[in-house]
Design a protein around this ligand. Sequence first.
Ligand code: ATP
Length: 300
Amino acid sequence: LAQLFRPLDFLGMVYREIRQGLIDMEAMFGLVDTQAEVVDAPDARPLAVAGGAVRFENVEFAYDPERPILKGVDLEIPAGATLAVVGPSGAGKSTLARLLFRFYEVTGGRITIDGQDIRRVTQGSLRRAIGIVPQDTVLFNDTIGYNIGYGRDGATQEEIEAAARGAAIHDFIMSLPEGYRTRVGERGLKLSGGEKQRVAIARTLLKNPPLLILDEATSALDSRTEADIQTTLEAVSERRTTIVIAHRLSTVVHADEIAVLEAGRVVERGTHAELLAADGLYAEMWARQLFERDQAMEEA
Ligand code: ATP
């Protein structure tokens, strides 16, 4: 009988993983009311990830045909590298991540992972390959252990604890009176923004995806928490192809490459040092952030 049910178990697992991906996506982009419209091509195959190299080739996109959002974006993230995307609000940064997850279909150009057009692979396999750490994680009204274990069906307590250690939240959990059985969420213990982000990181560690999308919190974390989370995220993104929608100075400095997006176009690309030397939009944004940080420190 167990033999008979195994395929169903597997489907259940796939379903949960896709659902989790969608929940993360909703949390990341406020897409709660949006239905995914994208369907698998009849001959879709599972994505075969070799190293996880991502390419955006002349990508165009519009939510509304009257209003183009991405106007021919070319980006290339070598396997295992980290790309930080920066730019003014509304430039299309989150849209890039939504398209990679295939929440929407590109209207021009294409996106490939290890040479495979993402329109030609099954959505299940695509979404299993991508981990998302959203700005604001949705917690279930359940224990903190359950909330972490949701990253992978059938995770053992040992695996959950290992993930929590990797996300540097194990010690905090152990300091709670009920440890991993502590209830969190609306009706339980309220976690801080930084703690919730660590739960999301732990989930992602359990999922162990080759590709990662990080949406950094815009809301100010205190500088100690920010530095701690930064260290954790750097460890998590090591050996994974990572796209960071970056708001923090510390992240962009460490990225392998930075792409500056403005009004749906990549207007500058390079390392932090190269972009400072170019003295363009990035240098201007950087100077402004430094100024704002110094002012905040003076006020504190
Ligand atoms: P921010 O830094 O403020 O998050 P962003 O660069 O990530 O901005 P996007 O969220 O990608 O910007 O949005 C790009 C543009 O697309 C914006 O003008 C936004 O209003 C529009 N947009 C985003 N989502 C939708 C949607 N579901 N339907 C229609 N337009 C949308």
